[in-house]
Design a protein around this ligand. Structure first.
Ligand code: FAD
Ligand code: PYC
Length: 416
């Protein structure tokens, strides 16, 4: 990997950065690969990286219809935590959190992972019962967590409105100190660079338009740059899983909804943790640039437009001001939406499909960014061996037939 001295950095600055080495090659598609990963978001790129690094499979292409990280990876609000309720989810999200803890070193790239803690507020007695149950379950799984009362929340966020007369008073929260945020696009770039260095082809501006099959087995993908054959294909296409499933001739139990977010003008440091409220429908953190990063639940309608409705926006800004009256004169800078595929149990689908050799890693709904490293880790195992890793076995498509759902609506922390 190229190293830059202070002098060479200064030279680059003066010559308009014309001498930078590209972080990954602009690969031309080959006729055939051992494995094709469809989707160059964080999950797809992490999958390719672990295929190469852990399983020694380097004859891999990541095929992205736009630019890498331009989907939900670059649109999300970067909250990382592992405080889910059920054992199956705890194993998946905690594996991911452990990988986050060493990720900058592993990829030799600063992904700005900041363990500043996450608060999930409780506003009713039932919320607090659910929080206690979840924190106890987390601790039994070796995951850090505490139950805070109102004063405990106030100590961490002194300007939060804890008036007992509020519409939804703050009765307490769950608190996961090891949780936090990371720089979303750096995660995509870091995995892309590391995968490329191991020989993976990253092919941008190449849309998959069809899934080739022969006698029930996948043989390759049709793309906007021609047919590319492969022994195995993994689809990691957050927001468009239904479209890819349709190309392969089956249906998934998913709905695609807009999820919106916005950032404010930059402020001096004011909030050094992440605060989420499922009941009031708003969450907020402060980026290293000083912007408040704000979001809420999904828009109720289905669709593929990368925007949300004004009504949802209005509601979550009203909730923001109710919880934090100090933000009432804040100006907003940018607002956007992404499309999230939500499953009936608010858990992802990772594994085999009705087509042999075709695997899906989709349905992460509102909460897949936190799982990027762990999702890539288990999906690489699945693509390499044809079998689920112990961690993703409970997240198969078959669970919607057997009824063994992993209901995480409570821990999803974003209403949907
Ligand atoms: P993506 O980054 O979307 O990558 C999928 C890629 O597939 C895209 O780049 C797309 O262009 C490509 N693709 C699709 N179809 C094709 C095709 N036919 N051919 C080729 N390529 C194709 N999660 C959290 O954990 N914490 C959060 O704070 C959080 N906040 C969020 C806030 C918002 C506003 C949104 C929208 C989502 C949020 N999420 C959050 C969810 C999170 O963003 C996603 O679950 C996660 O980023 C999914 O990653 P991915 O790599 O699977 O998807
Ligand atoms: O899953 O923690 C989460 C989350 C926060 C914002 C959107 N999703």
């Amino acid at each position: 990997m190229q190293k830059y001295s202070i002098m060479s950095l200064a030279r680059q600055a003066l010559n308009g950065h014309r001498g930078w080495q590209p972080a990954w090659r602009e690969a031309e598609p080959k006729r055939r690969y051992q494995v094709i990963v469809i989707g160059g978001g964080g999950h797809g790129l992490a999958t390719a990286y672990y295929l190469a690094r852990v399983h020694g499979i380097t004859d891999v292409a990541v095929i992205e219809k736009g630019w890498i990280g331009g989907g939900n990876t670059g649109r999300n609000t970067t909250i990382v935590r592992s405080n889910y309720l059920w054992d199956a989810s705890a194993a998946l999200y905690e594996k991911s959190l452990q990988l986050w803890e060493g990720l900058s070193q592993d990829l030799n790239y600063n992904v700005m992972f900041s363990q500043r803690g996450v608060l999930n507020l409780g506003h009713t007695l039932q919320d607090m019962r659910d929080i206690r149950r979840r924190v106890n379950a987390n601790r039994l799984n070796g995951i850090d967590g505490e139950v805070l009362d109102t004063q405990g929340v106030k100590r961490l966020v002194p300007f939060i409105n804890t008036s007992p007369d509020a519409r939804y008073p703050v009765l307490g929260a769950s608190w996961q100190p090891r949780a936090g945020i990371a720089r979303h696009d750096a995660v995509a770039w870091a995995y892309a660079r590391a995968a490329d260095a191991l020989g993976v082809d990253i092919i941008e501006n190449c849309e998959v338009t069809g899934i080739r099959r022969d006698s029930g087995r996948v043989t390759g993908v049709e793309t906007s740059r021609g047919l590319i054959e492969a022994d195995r294909v993994g689809a990691v296409v957050s927001g468009h899983a239904g479209v890819l499933a349709d190309m392969a001739g089956f249906r998934l139990p998913l709905e695609s909804h807009p999820l919106q977010a916005l950032v404010s003008e930059p402020l001096k440091p004011i909030l050094d943790t992440v605060v989420m409220s499922n009941a009031v429908h708003v969450y907020v953190s402060q980026s290293d640039k000083g912007e408040l990063v704000i979001g809420a639940g999904i828009d109720a309608y289905t669709g593929y437009g990368n925007r949300g409705s004004f009504r949802t926006l209005e509601e979550f800004l009203a909730a923001l001001i109710e919880l934090y009256p100090i933000f009432s004169r804040l100006r907003m800078l940018r607002h956007w939406g992404g499309i999230v595929d939500t499953a009936p149990d608010a858990s992802p689908i990772i594994g085999r499909t009705p087509v042999d050799g075709l695997f899906f890693n989709v349905g992460w709904g509102t909460g897949g960014f936190k799982a990027t490293p762990g999702s890539g880790w288990v999906f690489a195992h699945t693509l390499a061996t044809g079998q689920p890793h112990d961690i993703n076995a409970p997240f198969s498509l078959e669970r919607f037939h057997s009824g063994a759902l992993v209901d995480e609506h409570g821990a999803a922390a974003v209403a949907h």
